[in-house]
Design a protein around this ligand. Sequence first.
Ligand code: 5GP
Ligand code: MG
Ligand code: MG
Length: 181
Amino acid sequence: MHPDCERVLLSEEEISAKVEELGRQISLDYAGQELLVIGILKGAMIFLADLVRKITVPTYLDFIDVSSYGASSESSGVVRILKDLDYSIEGRHILIVEDIVDTGLTLNYLVDNLKSRDPASVKVCTLLDKPLRRVEPVAIDYNGFIIPDEFVVGYGLDYNEHYRNLPSIMVLRREVYMKGE
Ligand code: 5GP
Ligand code: MG
Ligand code: MG
């Protein structure tokens, strides 16, 4: 346990069992097809790295980096693309991989943006879902865990770029993120 965290929400073992299950389901659903996995930087990196190794259909990778306009820690709904995909997705089967869906504003924008590029299909896979915070509806095709409205870090998820390398998912102590406010 990291001292800045108040409890472990999801252990390494729970995460790895879930990732394996998701990989198995995705492999079944895309049997006979090629898959283009699109990772949303940087939070989804560690989940994506583990997930694609559990997928057995031919899989390609590309990455996109987005940021919400505005200074606050809350999504504003206006999304800016910091780094676009390297390749065209026209005619491809796309699976967007995200770390966590919170308000839904980021994914809502991204799904619309990618659909406008004429892929064969677009699906969404997220490790975590915080449905209590949803502002915009998002169709999630593959979800790891539904979690309560608490700020979590680890397994790729950060607070101010800290904690991404923690191997489990933990609830960050309020004092840590209330400090600067
Ligand atoms: P939204 O769905 O609100 O547009 O934004 C989702 C993004 O907000 C996630 O990709 C993640 O970067 C960030 N986020 C939302 N909730 C949490 C959380 O509990 N912990 C961390 N570390 N990031 C979060
Ligand atoms: Mg993210
Ligand atoms: Mg972040």
